[in-house]
Design a protein around this ligand. Sequence first.
Ligand code: FES
Ligand code: MG
Length: 590
Amino acid sequence: MSDSEKTKLRSRRWFDDPADPGMTAMYVERYMNYGITRAELQSGKPIIGIAQTGSDLCPCNRHHIELAKRVRDGIRDAGGIPLEFPMHPIQETGKRPTAAIDRNLAYLGLVEVLHGYPIDGVVLTTGCDKTTPACLMGAATVNIPAIVLSGGPMLDGWWDGKLAGSGTVIWEARRRLAVGEMDYDDFMDAAAASAPSIGHCNTMGTALSMNSLAEVVGMSLPGCAAIPAPYRERGWMAYETGRRIVGMVHENLRPSDILTRAAFENAVVAAAALGASSNCPIHMIAIARHMGVDHTLDDWQRLGPEIPLLVDCQPAGRYLGEAFHRAGGVPGVLRELMLAGKLNTDVMTVTGKTLAENLAPVGEPDREVIRAYSSPLKHNAGYVVLGGNLFDSAIIKTCVIDDKFRARFLSDPGHPNVAELTAVVFEGPEDYHARIDDPALGIDEHTLLVIRNVGPVGYPGGSEVVNMQPPAALLARGIDTLPTMGDGRQSGTSASPSILNVSPEAAIGGGLALLRTGDKVRLDLNARRVDVLIPEEELAQRRAAWQPAERVSQTPWEEIYRSMIGQHGTGACLEPATLYLNILETRGES
Ligand code: FES
Ligand code: MG
């Protein structure tokens, strides 16, 4: 390696700066104390960070502790030096009040590490829902060469002779528990059966969706997202990812070269074809904002709705991660979209090649699981972005609107895709659980279940509770889904066609705060509107009388978060953080 190549690496400012022997000695001596030699540190080899998201607290990503060994092997074989460091844990199913609040905390932590330590490039170990966006948001802000290594989904789960998908089995079992078809022990067994191995959720929930989109936008090696966690290919992928990041540092191939507006457009298209999680628009918009790319819900509305559902994975379809991987995974889906002319294929990726070049060798996927564009599972399957007199934006996942739901709520012959419903409003999940079975609420098949105060400020972090189950009395009559709406989110593993991510949220005075039980609400999917049918004067009176509820934060972070968080419609970012773009303007600067 020539001297000029050495001096380009920012890590040289820590480890090999003859102009400042005092500081250099201080940096070098301590990194030698566990066995790295001075010769290695001063060799001019790139220092590669491995952002470790796995831990005992984050079981979905825990196997990254093992995979990181293969990443290290790859980095070493390619002539780099690995330095692994921990990220703040984000376990979707473990963190109270929500894992979502920790996405931005982990993001901040990663920015500080990448900015403040001698790291030339980074391997981002992703998996559980919020770990993927947190990693990509941090890499975007700092803009040093970065590559995603997904942990991969768990093996397929089985229960009662059927595939048991993460989350989806729980929504189903919850219904059966409520109507007495199943007892507590069976319920626990069903849930446990859906998690048969290491890895993240095996349905097309937020984890598999976001890891797939990381691959779609070109931030991971082709084929990375869908390989199940225990497969040997996962270890191979870890090794190749470690090798490749060293090359990326030498090529100075950075997130800003990859995460372009065109790449985010591809993500919108692919999300529809995948039947991806309703959390994806939030996360992709957040990543784009930290990259300084203009990407908004308008892009989701402009590009998504016409795209068909191609992937037959739960919750929109039947299969789980193993089948998706065997059928061809993300490259198989992208091939279909490319042949249909729906992708920007000249975008750069971590391979150093364009998407078109990456896809050139990809063959026809297994049609059982990944359909051809011309014969999809469902036409027009992307997210629809809604507006109206209650909010600026909300989304609805149209690919999970099934025939039963459509027939029950949206089939008025004079007004197809229009429903007039009576609101029953809950103040949060505790209120919902306390009152849902109260006959006095009069909940029937003309009811819209509304939940509020569960947005980014309200909960805080935004709770995944909008997919509310109807009362037991309705379940017993076979009505297992009602239209729902809320300023929270819902699990990406849920098949409920809810009106989600309502922004602005009730806690900051959004229109949902003004809604009352008994109000008539009109849902018009054709016009993409939700309107409460009361006179504007009355709405104005209610608005004038509205008082924000007193909020008690439980931790310092909750208070800080609430003081600067944006809304779901704009990515739920820490707004001041979005002003810090490309903070390492060029390599060698810090
Ligand atoms: Fe971690 Fe679903 S709970 S991926
Ligand atoms: Mg979730």
